[in-house]
Write a protein that binds this ligand. Sequence first.
Ligand code: ATP
Length: 326
Amino acid sequence: MRKAEVLTLLREAGGYLSGQELCGRLGVSRTAVWKIINQLKEEGYGIEAVPNRGYLLTASPDLLEEGEIRSRLRTRWAGGNLICCRTTGSTNADAKAEAERGAPEGTLVVAERQEAGRGRRGREWFSPEGSNLYFTLLLRPACAPDQACMLTLVMALAAAEAVREQGLDAGIKWPNDIVISGKKVCGILTEMSAEPDFIHYVVIGTGINVNQTVFPEGITETATSLRLEKGESVGRAQLLASVMEHFESAYARFLKTRDLSGIRADYESLLVNKGRPVRVLDPKGEYEGTAAGIRENGELLVKLPDGRMECVYAGEVSVRGIYGYV
Ligand code: ATP
């Protein structure tokens, strides 16, 4: 992937990089470098070429293309195997198919658009082309199947941390929605293939509303995007790379204890429900209480009006604020 290498070197240089240095680092001829630079320009990259100084990267298009993403990834394993597509049914479905074919942990499927983007319990995830992030990370965790559901909270923390790097006050609505100003900017769907005591693989799909400005009827009141909240558009490849970096760190902490004790403090510091009244939409009966935090297994602790503490398991349940979505 020569394009990715050239982009990486230009980014790392942070200024002009001589053609000679580029040739040396890549082990290719001047003509080959020149060809790659021209290809990049055709794709929309701004690259200045100044005699005796070299090349300077001045602008990058907002592409979700392999070279662009790879040149920004600073991870050890996440995204090592990277699959980018323009349109797909669902990145979770693609990642599962890759997993069945033996794809390694860290395989990352990214799409510009999903035709059948899904949320939890078969709900739809609005996934139009060109402005948002839809990606699925494949994991093969060495833990028991009942521990894997915690990974959805691990990804929520990573996504919230990455969004906060944009200067936005993003929080987590338990278990795994990222919200800004009480509206949802990100949803996560975790799925697993397992036997009773052995995990084949886990896929974690994440959709982030990045530069979307209009939402369809039905979610206009509850959905927002980073661009709407920030007032300017956000580079998607960089955001994706940042989510992956944060995920690697949080996942390493998860694997040490196979629970959330290593990330609980960070997660709770971003948990918007904490200390607030919540309504638990349990299919067996709705009830209200005050969210107190999470347990090390990811359950939400809800203090009931009579003082008892209820542990809420995410599987079948949604949580709402008493007066609105959060
Ligand atoms: P909750 O119902 O509490 O939001 P959930 O975890 O059950 O959470 P998800 O599976 O994360 O829901 O997402 C599906 C829901 O999110 C849909 O039913 C719809 O209301 C909403 N939704 C769909 N697409 C988007 C989007 N792009 N941005 C924000 N919200 C969306």
